[in-house]
Design a protein around this ligand. Sequence first.
Ligand code: P6P
Length: 336
Amino acid sequence: MRQITVTEHLILHQKKSPAATGMFTGLLHDLILAAKLITRNVSSAGLLDVLGGTGEINVQGEAVQKLDDFANRVLIHRMERSGALCMMASEEIADIIPVPSRFTRGDYVLIFDPLDGSSNIDVNINTGTIFSILRRRTPASQDPSIDDALQAGMHQVAAGYILYGPSTMLVYTTGQGVHGFTLDPSVGEFLLSHPNMQIPEQGKIYSVNEGNYLHWDNTTQNIVNYFKSKDNAIGSPYSMRYVGSLVADFHRTLLYGGIFMYPMDHRSPEKPRGKLRLLCEASPLSFVAEQAGGAATDGLKRILEIEPTSLHERVPLFIGSRNDVEVVNKFYAGAM
Ligand code: P6P
């Protein structure tokens, strides 16, 4: 295959996309540089003193891993100098991160999970960086505000992820399909390896942490039982795959089809909630899923239509093959 870089692909294939401006190409370039810096440390984590926790607890109430902190700092440092952003928001940080006025501010907002699945790093399981790019809503004459971040997923200009696995991959969409690039470490370039990725319409894999079964409501239990019964769309039980790293589970779903589920759980009856974050996890992956012909719902509503009310809002997530997500919607609508 002719070697096509990300920049070449953006210019060649994104002509009609509002994302093809120089500012956006520059943004993606800096994001790619950050990814290369992160992958360098993630891939040699066992050899550097970067394993384990920092001893801090983040805004999610989760123990911060040293590589979480490293990835977060690399992204903020690199991206605030990109000239393309007015503001960022990180899964690791409670509040919005305005680009300091000493730097050139741009029209875009970057929301990211710097290293999702980082609790798996110490056992050498795939992790990933998830990113969502919005256009600011407030006028350039004003300081950016949280309103620039609290936008429904349908307003994203671009979204995607970097997967740190046996190879490092960048998968992204700007609304013109989904394209995957694999890092060639010998030249330090992401080269097009998966053009126009499409999720199979019908899956045969389900992906969920069944250890939470007792915390689900009856409808959710019935949905999972459907996928592992013979009375489903394929007439035999689906295979079950669960890495426990969202980017890895989503990437497999994107390539092989099927459905990834992180349902609402009723661990605390007064406050049932999902685990995954809307702005830095569910929205970007749902944009990718829909652009690849798949679908994503919280059980009642298309993820991309949910209007966020807070920066770290959590949602239930069912995402993957269109037919399988449709089944989930029917169960919650009482039609199955
Ligand atoms: P559980 C990782 O901590 C994460 O946020 C996602 O990457 C992953 O999908 C999920 O949590 C796993 O959660 O409760 O199954 O361990």
